[in-house]
Unconditional design. Structure first.
Length: 478
């Protein structure tokens, strides 16, 4: 797919404005400033679904990105057009009044989320309205007029490369420019996570938004998710490269598998708190607060050895939600709930973030050392462990497993070092680490996967800086 550039986007907007046959003809006013922002997707190299348990995650912003062009309207309508190289054009229209109560206060998050959930054709717009409602609630932003919003992207949706976070970050950055509002970069990412949790209804951690906002080209963002401590950037050695191969299997973070694994991890944390004799406070039904002076409330701060010695024997492999609630009242997670009628895996979702964070720390150390065969083999082993743990948690897929197997089949001698499913799992993309000169081996992997699956894989190659490294640009169409 061809890369979108600022110059190309502005030329397109001008050409479409002048073309009566274009959907964008007359969409923007030619004399009013348009605010244009860009935010990239990401490859989750290590850490993945352990972010909500406080893991260290290592994330690479990719070349593909989402662009948002936004202009003030003369009325109260919010008109959105979305088009990309990866999907059909979509339109949605809302009014500012839909974001306000009868007393002109920002509407409660759950009300807007419930309304958008009943409209499958326009639910995608929750990733646009969400940042606006969050800014209204959290920083007191008020719009006296609506907006015209055009979205374009070479970042495919549902591939596990954080298209939703890129859309949220790009939208919020354009909104801040449009309203002349300043926020710290990390605050932008936190508010975008809140938009995804509370408006889109996806129980994600913060790593996607932080990477899209703060990532740096050619480096991994090292983020300790407690809740979001940027520990720095880890340069990718010149001898190595990281690529992604999309399996062609749709992934969604709102799916039941991801949510069930997250709930299982918090059930395990609650059981560990009980075993350790921590103070538990009952809040509303299904919710507790845990006073945890030992691990600060994060599973990732428990070492694998501690878990095996002190807690493993007290964590069941599965547990029915009703039994858990009857005996332990609730979990400390603020964005998921225990379903009484569901049977949850508990042991494996609990152990995953404990081992994954430990392995992520090891991965970072190895990546900063000399590029030797022994170190590269160790990096590959850590990625393999992460992939196997995803599968054990039931977050794998036939497609991503097949791609990982093809990488392994070519062998270490091919220059391909390791591979693992990326992001929330259950389909999506595989992250691959290899020697830079092994790029051609990826063509072999994709050809074999295409022949065996009948699906068309897509290669993600190259990286780029996060949204906050580049100012929002204002242009007119004159």
């Amino acid at each position: 797919m061809s890369e979108i550039t600022l110059e190309g986007l502005v030329e397109r907007l001008k050409a479409d404005h002048a073309n009566p046959a274009s959907d964008l003809h007359g969409f923007f006013d030619a004399t009013t400033f348009i605010h244009i922002s860009r935010a990239p997707g990401r490859l989750d190299v290590m850490g993945g679904i352990a972010d909500y348990s406080g893991s260290l995650v290592l994330e690479m912003p990719i070349r593909e990105a989402t662009w948002v062009a936004m202009q003030r309207a003369e009325d109260e309508h919010i008109d959105v057009i979305s088009t990309s190289s990866c999907g059909p054009m979509r339109r949605a229209r809302f009014s500012l009044s839909q974001l306000l109560t009868t007393t002109k206060e920002p509407r409660p998050y759950d009300e807007l989320r419930a309304e958008l959930a009943t409209k499958p054709d326009s639910h995608w717009a929750s990733y646009v309205l969400g940042p606006l409602l969050v800014l209204m609630h959290e920083v007191g932003l008020r719009l006296d007029r609506g907006a015209r919003i055009f979205i374009t992207s070479d970042l495919p949706e549902g591939k596990g490369v954080s298209s939703s976070a890129a859309l949220e970050v790009a939208t919020m950055r354009a909104l801040l420019s449009l309203t002349d509002t300043s926020l710290e970069d990390a605050h932008v990412a936190h508010l975008c996570q809140k938009a995804e949790n509370l408006v889109a209804g996806a129980p994600c951690g913060v790593m996607d938004q932080m990477t899209s906002a703060l990532g740096s080209e050619g480096q991994l963002l090292a983020l300790l998710c407690q809740p979001a401590i940027v520990e720095g950037l880890v340069p990718i050695p010149n001898e190595l490269a990281i690529w992604g191969i999309d399996s062609g299997i749709q992934h969604t973070i709102t799916g039941s598998d991801y949510t069930a694994v997250r709930v299982g991890a918090f059930m395990g944390a609650r059981l560990i708190a009980e075993t350790a004799g921590l103070t538990i406070t009952h809040l509303e039904p299904g919710r507790v607060a845990i006073d945890d002076p030992h691990w600060d409330g994060y599973l990732a701060n428990i070492t694998p050895d501690e878990f095996e010695r002190q807690f493993a024997a007290h964590i069941p492999y599965t547990m029915v939600g009703a039994d858990f609630l009857e005996n332990y009242y609730g979990i400390s997670d603020s964005v998921t709930d225990v379903n009484p009628d569901q049977t949850y895996a508990v042991y494996l979702p609990t152990y995953h973030p404990i081992r994954e964070s430990h392995d992520s720390h090891q991965f970072r150390v190895l990546l900063q050392q000399a590029v030797t065969d022994d170190n590269c083999r160790a990096l590959g082993t850590l990625m393999g462990n992460a992939h196997e743990s995803y599968s054990a948690c039931k977050l794998g897929s036939d497609g991503t497993d097949a791609i990982v197997e093809e990488v392994h089949a070519l062998g270490f001698e091919s220059g391909l070092i390791g591979a693992k499913i990326t992001g929330g799992g259950s389909g999506g993309t595989v992250a691959i680490l290899g020697r830079r000169e092994a790029r051609s081996e990826l063509d072999v992997v994709m050809e074999r996967y295409r022949d065996s699956s009948g699906l068309e894989p897509t290669l993600f190659e190259g990286s780029s800086s996060g949204a906050c490294a580049t100012p929002v640009v204002t242009v007119t169409l004159l």
